[in-house]
Design a protein around this ligand. Structure first.
Ligand code: AMP
Ligand code: ZN
Length: 120
């Protein structure tokens, strides 16, 4: 648990969420501002700032193994969906607790970007 981390508070039950799935390692809950008909987040229960925060392979494995399970629960397993992990400022990561977005329920275009390319 990291002080003042929104998702740690959701994991602890201090902030309510619309829970989709839970096991020893992970919690999945619906995004509060969905950007697709299905927009669910999967977080490890342990706090990591992002994918670059020395996350043990076991946690990463469990996190990714949960993705298809959540897709089944949300009804997008057959139709397909997109997983997104934002990391750092250019990705517009807003919550500094590692999480996987599951987006689905709609035909998606390819990736879109705002602004101009970063100079090398
Ligand atoms: P990211 O921009 O990748 O850090 O994604 C953070 C996501 O958390 C955003 O899609 C937010 O809509 C979502 N979010 C913020 N607060 C909550 C909350 N209390 N419950 C569920 N999702 C949230
Ligand atoms: Zn946290």
């Amino acid at each position: 648990m990291s002080d003042d981390c929104l998702f740690c508070k959701i994991v602890a039950g201090e902030i309510p969420s619309k829970k989709v799935y839970e096991d020893d390692f992970c919690l999945a809950f619906d995004d509060i501002e969905p950007e697709a008909p299905v927009h669910t987040l999967i977080v490890p229960k342990q706090h990591f700032n992002d994918l670059q925060d020395n996350v043990p392979a076991e946690v990463l494995g469990r996190l990714l193994a949960t993705v298809p399970e959540v897709a089944k629960l949300k009804g997008v397993y057959e139709s397909g969906y997109r997983c997104v992990i934002n990391i750092g400022p250019d990705s517009a990561q807003t919550v500094q607790h590692l999480h996987v977005h599951i987006l689905g329920g709609v035909r998606m275009g390819r990736f879109t970007f705002e602004g101009s390319a970063r100079q090398a």
